[in-house]
Design a protein around this ligand. Structure first.
Ligand code: FMN
Length: 155
């Protein structure tokens, strides 16, 4: 089973969590490729239009994991731009996760998770699990590892 992890990260938090996912999945004998969506205009932090640079091809993988941060109470606009143009996932299974800073899911995490889930389902993907990882959880990597380990059978 070749798992493609497709993530976007401004400051490295989502990438750190993705690397934990990769470690756990590899321990469970999955073959994992981690790909980071990038933009031409250095992570498009401001209001300038998003020009995608590296756009991972989901068709290369048997199943997928998508991860992205919350930005301004909503899913990262770079992830939205990527998913909007993404080809059909043809019913592939997908796990999804969001990283956020604020402690409560209603401060952007829950909405971002819904947006990510909806965009994947609009592209005929099947979401098999969802996680929101806030700053407090990020400070306890063992909690994240435990959370991920519980999901490895979903693929
Ligand atoms: C411009 C900006 C807006 C943000 N908005 C939110 C927010 O609405 N809710 C939240 O919980 N975290 C918010 N954050 C925090 C990030 O979601 C969080 O630090 C995330 O883990 C960053 O991931 P990254 O390092 O992969 O980019 C914001 C961060 C930035 C820079």
């Amino acid at each position: 089973m070749h798992i493609g992890m497709i993530i976007q990260s401004y400051s490295g938090n989502t990438l750190d969590v993705a690397n934990l996912y990769k470690q756990v999945l590899e321990k469970n004998n999955h073959h994992v490729t981690l790909e980071v969506i990038t933009t031409k205009n250095k992570n498009a932090q401001g209001n300038e239009p998003i020009e995608l640079n590296h756009t991972p091809d989901p068709s290369l993988y048997d199943c997928l994991i998508f991860g992205a941060p919350v930005k301004g109470l909503s899913l990262s606009p770079i992830m939205i731009a990527y998913l909007t143009k993404m080809p059909s996932l043809k019913k592939k299974k997908a796990g999804i996760f969001i990283t956020e800073y604020l402690p409560f899911a209603w401060m952007g995490g829950a909405k971002s998770l819904d947006q990510l889930s909806q965009l994947i389902e609009e592209h005929q993907g099947t979401v098999v699990y969802k996680h929101v990882i806030n700053l407090e959880t990020r400070r306890q990597p063992e909690k994240i590892i435990e959370l991920i380990a519980r999901c490895t059978d979903d693929f």
